[in-house]
Design a protein around this ligand. Structure first.
Ligand code: F6P
Length: 387
């Protein structure tokens, strides 16, 4: 049966969004369905309802992204990061008139179903609109933060881990050449998944994530300095410290440029420590630090094969769900395969966590990745270092 399917990408972009769109278009065209790409998340419905664009502008066809000349036929979309639709996580700010207009835009497009690609914040926003407008919705999780609950993986995370790991590799050589400690700030919002996975894969000496280190206190700084001193004693003169942006300052507040903040603290404390008799041998006064914020480069680049595979399998599952008219589901990755989870359950979990100011899907503080980091001798800030 012919259907009209909408797809939108919402929230921060990440590699793999275009791969999802491509796969949705391919799966749908096999079923004979028409696909409409909604620009800028739910704002596209608003534009349509306000007469700022036409429904024909939204049509997505399998070969409309072909390259020119001899490159004609190359299906480039799956390799490109960003989103051809644009991505915006703007809610209605509680304005019912805006919500009603968005809902009218959905109706104007005469959609049978909508595939919403989003992270925890966007799912929360879109779910409310979907409830009000009685939309037939299926959602696909994406985010470099990997903090969507009930899924082990979201599209975009794997590529971001690769990006940070590769930055750590590059920084290793300059750090080693100058006997420096380099402090790298990694994204992740309130979750430490990106910092932890890339820190392990990239050979970090210290990894600080909000789940284990809620704030930077004096003991923590001392312990980091001691860890660096230990490394120096063992002959490794440089160090790589990965800090997740969600780690708070000494007052427990969110700090812009937390890596720079930590750098200042390490410099001050290592100076002080270097004058204590016990630690004279550690050369702590010679610690030279540099910090950097990796920033939005973590959201760029060709999606990894794993992210493209997730994108393809999630898109197929979303299309299957629509064919079965099994709506209000989030497609998830659990135990190595694609599964589904009721959006009611997912969003009520997200809302509760957001109200409490807690990450909806934090790193498991006792999980195997944390244990692995500990076993590799990576300092995670949890234990005092003996000196
Ligand atoms: O949620 C993805 C993310 O990249 C976070 O890791 C980061 O905190 C945030 O978005 C940055 O948002 P913006 O692009 O609005 O600066």
């Amino acid at each position: 049966m012919s259907k009209r399917i909408g797809i939108l990408t919402s929230g921060g972009d990440c590699p793999g969004l275009n791969a999802i769109i491509r796969a949705v278009v391919k799966c749908s065209s096999q079923k004979g369905w028409d696909v409409y790409g909604i620009p800028y998340g739910t704002q596209g419905f608003l534009r349509l309802a306000n007469g700022n664009c036409h429904s024909q502008d939204f049509e997505l066809r399998e070969h409309c992204y072909d390259l020119p000349g001899l490159l004609h036929g190359i299906d480039i979309l799956q390799f490109l990061s960003g989103s051809i639709l644009g991505s915006l996580s703007k809610g209605t700010s509680g304005d019912q008139a805006i919500a009603d207009t968005i809902i009218r835009g959905y109706q104007d497009l005469k959609l049978d179903a909508l595939i919403a690609v989003g992270g925890d914040g966007s799912l929360d926003i879109i779910y409310d609109l979907a409830q009000q407008g009685r939309w037939n919705i299926v959602a696909i999780p994406k985010t470099i933060d990997n903090d969507v609950p009930f899924t082990e993986r979201s599209v975009g995370f794997d590529t971001a881990v690769d990006k940070v790991t590769s930055a750590l590799y590059d920084l290793t050589f300059t750090a080693a050449s100058h006997d420096r400690t380099i402090i790298i700030e990694v994204m992740g919002r309130n979750a430490g998944h990106l910092a932890l996975s890339s820190g392990i894969a990239g050979g970090a000496d210290v990894i600080l994530i909000p789940e284990l280190v809620p704030k930077i206190d004096e003991d923590l700084i001392t312990n980091i300095c001691l860890r660096i001193a230990q490394l120096r004693q063992s002959g490794r003169k440089f160090a790589l410290v990965v800090i997740a942006e969600g780690v708070r300052n000494h007052a427990g507040e969110r700090q812009k440029a937390i890596a720079e903040y930590l750098t200042t603290q390490i410099n001050e404390t290592s100076q002080k420590l270097s004058f204590t008799e016990k630690l004279e041998f550690c050369d702590l006064h010679k610690i030279e630090t540099r910090s950097l914020i990796l920033g939005h480069i973590q959201r760029s680049g060709t999606p990894s094969s794993y992210d493209r595979l997730l994108a393809a399998t999630f898109a197929k599952k979303a299309a299957d769900l629509i064919a079965e008219e099994n709506y209000n589901q989030l497609v998830v990755w659990q135990n190595g395969e694609v599964q589904i989870q009721s959006l009611d359950k997912v969003v009520s979990h997200i809302k509760k966590r957001h109200q409490l100011g807690i990450c909806p899907n934090p790193v498991d503080a006792n999980g195997f990745l944390v244990q692995t980091a500990g076993s590799l001798g990576i300092y995670l800030g949890e234990n005092p270092i003996p000196h």
